[in-house]
Structures are given as structure tokens and as C-alpha cells.
Design a protein around this ligand. Structure first.
Ligand code: CMP
Length: 499
């Protein structure tokens, strides 16, 4: 029997540890505190009786007392195993590998540690609590282990590979990876045997850990998910490279998925006699968007090249931006207007009349074309370059709302409704725009009043699409019809007042 102060001291420690466990939110620390409390509490029972039968194998001869002692000993060993597992986990994840990234791998090692410790506790219980000779049991279990080991040879290889991988942690759930340039997908989970990956096609691919351990792995999400996709384009060599490169660059800049802090790049890959191979490189936020981003940039490249008159298999054509005469420009614009949604309601004759009225401006990068709040009675059609629509907010900040490129127009809200400019529009690259003034549109509107509602419908549809994308500057009412009616009334009033 130990002196009372020692017993009281141990009891206080136990109570303190239990209490601490309630206040600790961290799972590892809590398990450690409670494991220590449980084990110390049970040990206190031995200290009180002044005996340590658990270690000394002093079992009473009375069957009831013997069973009670054996039960107590068993619980004591299990508590010790629990404490050992908690302590080993603490040492592993707090001290040795505090930055282990892969939860699946951590679980794998933690499971292995628990199994080993509890197996050891099992043998200790047999030996000390039940007074069994365990060398025989160990020998039998050795044979069993060999048989099981042979049967599970392949799986054990996977487990060992899994262990190595969990220490190296080349990826974690959620990461996009490429394995040996053949399998590409997002990691769903890693376990003892394999890694599950969802491929681009949406299939689940289960790759054994031993294959991954031998493979080259590209982790597209580490250290960040940014990615640099490329689009290769071949263009007829009769287009001067500097012009082709400027148009390709603005196509990449116009895509919303392209990051703006690292500007896109265009390089010449091969210079041939008849064609030149260009490569467009751009940075996006997330590898998961790479395919969509490549497709978006490729289709913008097609559009920008078409507006610039640049062809992949022939000499450049006259375009609204580079026509050599006014007649050539007007013909190019007339053709181009058929592709602009706003002018769809116009007849062929109305479009060709209008094409001759546009005034062409070439504007350097950085210039502002319209300023928010100003009055305005003209709109602009873009045929080359990229512009940014910027909104000045009430709190004094400027927000980039969207980017505009060839075939798109701006300034139509003020032209058609007489309202002040709703945003500022500035050139991000050198641009070519074609200005249409209210006085040029008025005769056409006066000759065909029904145009007001047709144009209003196009405008309302555009604003509804912007609103759906969370980008509308003027918030439209619930339905496109009611909004179109409202805009149509504005247009009619505005042009009547101009007449
Ligand atoms: P206006 O109001 O005349 O002048 C600013 C122009 O910016 C506006 O016409 C539209 O053409 C354009 N604009 C405003 N908001 C957006 C938006 N969310 N998306 C695209 N263009 C816009």
C-alpha cells in the first residue's frame, strides 16, 4: 500500500486529465489526455491495493476473485494500448510529420500502428492476465502469418507502396493528377490498396498503389491549381507575324477564364514557307477548367482572326480595321454587320446604308472611349482588339465587369435610350472601333418605327443574359418581354424627341 499523498496526487492528475480532455478541441490531444487518465486511473487501483498482479502474475485461487482480477487486468492492458496508440499518433503527426498532406495516407499509418499495438496488447493479456505460455501461440501465429502473408503477397505490396506514398504524399483527395502521361483525373480517395481517380470522361479509375509508386506523377494542384494551357494555330505565312501575334494575343486576353495578372504569350514555333505555327499560352485559375478554357480561347481565336481578315489557308482579306479605302471598309463592314446581333432586325438595304455611316477610330491601348455618367449619343462596334467595361461603384472602387472583343458593341444603351453612360469602356490593347451616331440611325428608325421594338428585344435579351451571369449594370425586371417593352418605349420617345 502506497502512502496516501501519492494516491491523492495520482487521483488529482487523473481528474485534471479528464477535465483537460473536455476543453481540448484537437482530436489527437483529447485522445491522449483521456487515454492517460484512463490508464492512470486503473493503475491507481493497483497502487491502492499495494500490488501489481498484472505484472507479477499473482492470480488468486478463488475462481470469482480470479475472474475479477483477470477482467481488471484485461481492461488495464487495453487502456495501456489505447494510450500507446494515442501517444504514437501524437508523436507521428505532431512531431515527426506535422505537415503530412494526405489524410488517406495518415489513416493508413494510423491503422497499422493501432493494429500492431493491439496485437501486442492481446499477447500481453494472454501472458499476464491469463497466465498462458505465449511462445506456442506466437509460433502458431507465425505460421498463420506466413500463410496469410503469402496469400496476400500482392496486397501487402500495395500496402507497403501505400505507406511509402503516404510519407511522400505526392497528392491528396481533390487534386488533379496525371500518372505516366496516360491517366489524368481528379483524386477521389486513397486507401490501403489503391487510389481512386475520376477521369475527364467521368469514369472512376482505380490505380493500385504499387503502380503509382513506380510511376511519374504530375500534380496539377500543387503548390497551386493554376495551369498554363496552350493552343497551337497555323496561319498562312502571307500575314505578317506581328499582326497575327497581336490578334492572337487579344483573342486570349478577351477570354474571361484567362488570368490577367500573368499576361498571355504568343510565340512562333515554326516558320514555314507557306505557313507559320504559333503557340498561344495563357494562365488559368484551375487545372479542372483547362479543357473548357482551351476550347473557349480557340473559338475566340477563330473569331478574332475572322474579323481581322486573317486566314489559315490564304492571304489576308480586307477587314473593317485594315481596309485600304473607304469603299473597301464599308463593304467589309456591311459583310461584318450580318454577324452582329443588334443589327439582325435590319433589312439588307438598311444594313448597307448603315455600313457607310460608321466612323472608324484606331485607339491605342489604355485610352478611355466612354466614361460612366457622361451623356452619349453614339455607339461603337468593335472589329479588333479588346476593351474592358469598368463600373465605378458608390463606395469609390472600380470593378471590371467584362471584356469585349470583335463583333461586340458598346454605348448602345445611351444611344438608344438617351440615358447617361452606365459604365466606362477602355481599350486594353490597341483597338479598332466603328462609331455610329444617333443622327445616322434616326432616319432608319423614322422610316421603320417597328425597329424600336426589334432592337429593344435584342437589348433586353443581352441584359437578361448579363443579369443571369450576375453582370448586369442596369437590373432588368423579371421577364425579358416586360424589359423589352420598357426599352422599346425609351427608344421610341428618345428618337421621336430627336426627330
Ligand atoms: P452605355 O451605357 O451607353 O455606355 C457604357 C456601355 O458599357 C453600355 O452602354 C454598354 O454598352 C456597356 N455595358 C454596360 N454594362 C455592361 C455589361 N455588364 N456587359 C457588357 N457591356 C456592358
Amino acid at each position: 500500500m502506497l502512502p496516501a499523498p501519492v494516491l491523492v496526487g495520482v487521483a488529482l492528475v487523473v481528474l485534471a486529465l479528464v477535465a483537460a480532455g473536455f476543453y481540448v478541441h484537437d482530436r489527437l490531444n483529447r485522445r491522449l489526455a483521456w487515454g492517460a487518465a484512463l490508464w492512470l486511473g486503473l493503475t491507481l487501483g493497483y497502487l491502492r491495493s499495494g500490488d501489481l498482479p498484472v505484472l507479477l502474475n499473482r492470480l488468486p485461487s478463488d475462481p470469482l476473485a480470479r475472474a475479477a482480477v483477470q477482467a481488471y487486468d484485461t481492461v488495464w492492458w487495453v487502456a495501456l494500448a489505447w494510450l500507446a496508440v494515442a501517444a504514437l499518433n501524437f508523436i507521428l503527426w505532431r512531431w515527426l510529420f506535422p505537415g503530412a498532406r494526405q489524410p488517406g495516407g495518415r489513416k493508413l499509418i494510423a491503422d497499422l500502428v493501432s493494429v500492431l499495438v493491439y496485437v501486442a496488447a492481446f499477447f500481453a493479456i494472454l501472458a499476464f492476465a491469463f497466465d498462458q505460455e505465449i511462445s506456442g501461440v506466437l509460433a502458431t501465429s507465425g505460421v498463420v502469418a506466413i500463410v496469410i502473408g503469402l496469400a496476400l503477397q500482392t496486397s501487402l505490396g500495395e500496402i507497403v507502396s501505400g505507406l511509402f506514398m503516404s510519407v511522400e504524399a505526392p497528392y491528396r483527395a481533390g487534386d488533379w493528377i496525371t500518372i505516366d502521361d496516360t491517366v489524368e483525373g481528379q483524386v477521389l480517395e486513397t486507401n490501403w490498396r489503391a487510389t481512386r481517380i475520376r477521369t475527364w470522361a467521368g469514369d472512376i479509375r482505380i490505380v493500385p498503389n504499387s503502380v503509382i509508386a513506380r510511376a511519374q506523377i504530375v500534380n496539377h494542384y500543387f503548390p497551386d491549381p493554376h495551369h498554363t494551357p496552350i493552343v497551337d494555330v497555323t496561319i498562312d505565312a502571307r500575314t505578317p507575324p506581328d499582326r497575327a501575334m497581336a490578334v492572337l494575343l487579344s483573342a486570349a486576353l478577351a477570354a474571361p477564364c484567362v488570368r490577367h495578372d500573368t499576361p498571355p504569350r504568343v510565340i512562333i514555333r515554326t516558320l514555314g514557307q507557306t505557313t507559320i505555327d504559333y503557340r498561344v499560352e495563357f494562365v488559368i485559375d484551375d487545372f479542372a477548367e483547362a479543357r473548357a478554357a482551351r476550347s473557349d480561347v480557340a473559338s475566340r481565336i477563330w473569331l478574332h482572326l475572322a474579323w481581322a481578315g486573317i486566314r489559315m489557308d490564304g492571304p489576308p482579306l480586307a477587314s473593317p480595321a485594315n481596309a485600304e479605302s473607304e469603299a473597301e471598309r464599308s463593304a467589309a463592314l456591311e459583310k461584318a454587320l450580318t454577324r452582329v446581333s443588334l443589327f439582325e432586325p435590319l433589312s439588307f438595304d438598311e444594313r448597307s446604308t448603315l455600313a457607310g455611316r460608321f466612323k472608324t477610330h484606331k485607339v491605342a491601348a489604355g485610352s478611355t472611349l466612354v466614361s460612366q455618367g457622361d451623356g452619349g449619343d453614339s455607339m461603337f462596334l468593335i472589329s479588333e482588339g479588346v476593351l474592358v467595361v469598368r463600373k465605378h461603384r458608390a463606395d469609390g472602387t472600380d470593378t471590371d465587369v467584362t471584356r469585349l472583343g470583335p463583333g461586340e458593341f458598346f454605348g448602345e444603351m445611351s444611344l438608344l435610350t438617351g440615358e447617361p453612360r452606365s459604365a466606362t469602356v477602355a481599350a486594353l490593347t490597341d483597338v479598332c472601333v466603328h462609331e455610329l451616331a444617333k443622327d445616322d440611325l434616326s432616319p432608319i428608325m423614322a422610316a421603320r418605327p417597328v425597329l424600336a421594338s426589334a432592337l429593344a428585344r435584342v437589348l433586353a435579351t443581352r441584359q437578361m443574359a448579363l443579369a443571369a451571369a450576375g453582370k448586369a449594370i442596369i437590373h432588368p425586371p423579371e421577364t425579358c418581354e416586360s424589359y423589352a417593352e420598357r426599352i422599346s418605349a425609351w427608344i421610341t420617345t428618345f428618337f421621336r424627341s430627336a426627330a
